[in-house]
Design a protein around this ligand. Structure first.
Ligand code: XMP
Length: 550
């Protein structure tokens, strides 16, 4: 395992990713972490970049123990400066902040000056790298030497004369440093000697064992399922661990897991809030129960949700109502399961235990956000989740995906035999169609939007474009426009179509559809959806727009 100490750089999580791409497990922790509190023994430590300067009064610093811990260290950007600052080098402001591409010349080192350092071994004499810094090393710390320089940074890469300590000014973790991943590989594989044994199969096996251990032979888990990738994968994993398993792992997975005797200790609950996509609840029910064998109950609470949403236009109010109502319904269902458990215990029947755990599909980016040494980053948005349940219900949280990135969750889903169309599904917001109906939410408005949305997605799939688009959906506008149908004048509502491409949804570009596809979608929506006579396409990027309209 590699320990990455985070000083708050926007790229820190990418370092973790690159290590895992080399099949080496890496964990990101706040830079202020004391080594004695780290729950594993790292084979190497990477110090990340940071928006700070080492000489700022409030700048973050590592536990000095890091430098006597006896494992290799790689400092990246601020990490290099932090290393120098701790080891008596000098750091100064650059005359001009350096941001962008640079060419690094790899220095010949060693006694005869004929080889390159192990960090750059086999990577040639020159590399394109990405720089993003305002400070740089102005004086080498004692016992260090230069292993790479650029035209503006004489100490762009340094190494200790005898210890495995390295510092690089550039960012190897970003794709703009094309050979950066190899540099990270040289460090973690050759210098730290890590084994490449972090695979998804390994992960599944360990996680299932962990879940069984922490839940014990009794103790039920409940979890909310939305039909999205994360909650489905989390539910399926839970089912494999402590559910009544009819379906065992996919053929690609070589693990042999012992079945367990208790049944239905995991209860997945899907709340139909009345603002789901067309036939969504039924489809999710069929897939989880019938195809995946997961014990899922669908609760139709659409009347309650729609009555509470009646007349509400403000998007934040809509979100709040949906979030709170969700909690109410979920709690009620959990209480029913708990009552059932109590009843069983009284009868002395083979008890399946009390509800002790709440499953959450938390992903690594959410974890990273919450471990940040400065608290949550302002740029990351946390949306509705079921965290609010915890206070009253006193449930313990179980988060089997907390170490994974989204694409790793997808890979896990595939290994767990979750059908590809679900694994590749576009995200769908918790408040559902309520934030895509711009005016008040009524059953009629929901129906119109469901129909338009369903045609839109169907045509995107037919055109083979679904996987190229990160998220596509229809929005129902609260305006009426004039149209003509046959000989008659119409005065009906407008649908806006949205499709974006995005890496992480923090920024997004609108998707350039082939015109023929848009034409077909528009024609089908205006012909088949009663109440709509006009379709528009949203050509706004994020920023300045957001992905959703509300
Ligand atoms: P925005 O509109 O913020 O959307 O650019 C970025 C991503 O977040 C999703 N989104 C939400 N997801 N609850 C959710 O679960 C919400 O309230 C919510 N609002 C936006 C949006 O669909 C997109 O994927």
């Amino acid at each position: 395992t590699i320990l990455i100490l985070d000083f708050g750089s926007q790229y820190s999580h990418l370092i973790t990713r690159r290590c895992r791409e080399h099949k080496v497990y890496a964990e990101l922790m706040p830079c202020t972490t004391k080594l004695k509190d780290v729950h594993f023994k790292p084979k190497g430590i990477i110090l990340s970049g940071s928006p700070y300067s080492v000489y700022d009064k409030d700048s973050p610093h590592v536990d000095p123990e890091v430098f006597s811990f006896g494992v290799p260290i790689l400092g990246i950007c601020y990490g290099l400066q932090e290393m120098a600052w701790n080891l008596q080098g000098k750091v100064a402001k650059c005359e001009h902040r350096e941001y962008g591409y640079a060419q690094i010349q790899i220095s010949k080192v060693g006694d005869s000056g004929s080889s390159v350092d192990a960090l750059f071994d086999g990577l040639g004499e020159e590399m394109q790298v990405w720089m993003s810094h305002g400070d740089q090393l102005s004086e080498l710390p004692p016992n260090f030497h230069v292993i790479g320089r650029t035209s503006s940074a004489p100490y762009a890469a340094i190494a200790h004369d005898s210890k495995p300590f390295y510092g690089i000014q550039f960012h190897p973790e970003v794709t703009h440093s094309p050979r950066g991943k190899e540099v990270i590989g040289k460090f973690i594989l050759n210098i730290c000697g890590c084994q490449q044994n972090w695979t998804m199969e390994e992960f599944i096996g360990k996680e299932i064992t962990r879940i069984r251990e922490i839940c014990g032979p009794k103790g039920r888990v409940i979890g909310a399922v939305s039909g999205g990738v994360d909650s489905t994968v989390a539910a399926k994993l839970m089912h494999e661990a402590i559910g009544d398993r009819k379906v065992v792992l996919g053929t690609k997975c070589r693990l042999i897991l012992t079945p367990i005797s208790q049944t239905y200790r995991f209860h997945a609950i899907m709340v139909d809030n009345g603002v789901l996509r067309m036939n969504e609840a039924q489809q999710v029910f069929d897939m989880l129960n019938k195809d995946l064998g997961v014990n899922l109950t669908v609760v139709d609470a659409s009347d309650l949700f729609l009555s509470r949403l009646d007349g509400v236009e403000d998007p934040e109010k809509k979100r709040k109502i949906i979030g709170n109502t969700f909690i109410n319904v979920f709690e009620e269902e959990a209480a029913k399961i708990e009552a059932e458990a109590e009843e069983e215990e009284k009868k002395g029947a083979e008890a399946k235990g009390r509800v002790e755990w709440l499953l959450q599909g938390t992903l690594y980016p959410d974890v990273i956000e919450s471990i940040s040494f400065k608290g949550p980053s302002a740029t990351i948005k946390t949306h509705h989740n079921v965290g609010g349940l915890l206070k009253d219900m006193k449930l313990k949280l179980i988060e089997p995906l907390r170490e994974l990135f989204k694409d790793e969750v997808r890979a896990l889903g595939r290994l767990l035999s979750i059908p590809a169309p679900l694994v590749q599904r576009h995200p769908f917001p918790g408040p559902g169609l309520a934030i895509r109906i711009l005016g008040p939410v009524t059953r009629d408005q929901v129906k119109i939007l469901q129909q338009a949305d369903s045609i839109y997605i169907e045509e995107i799939r037919k055109a083979g474009l679904y996987d190229q688009i990160s998220q596509a959906f229809a929005v129902l506008l609260p305006v009426k426009a004039v149209g003509v149908m046959g000989d008659a004048r119409t005065y009906e509502q407008v649908i806006a179509l949205r499709a974006v491409q995005s890496e992480d949804f923090m920024t997004a570009d609108w998707y350039a559809f082939p015109p023929a596809v848009l034409k077909r979608i528009s024609s089908r929506i205006t012909n088949e959806v009663s109440g709509i006579n006009r379709v528009t396409y949203d050509i706004s990027s994020k920023p300045p727009a957001t992905v959703e309209w509300l």
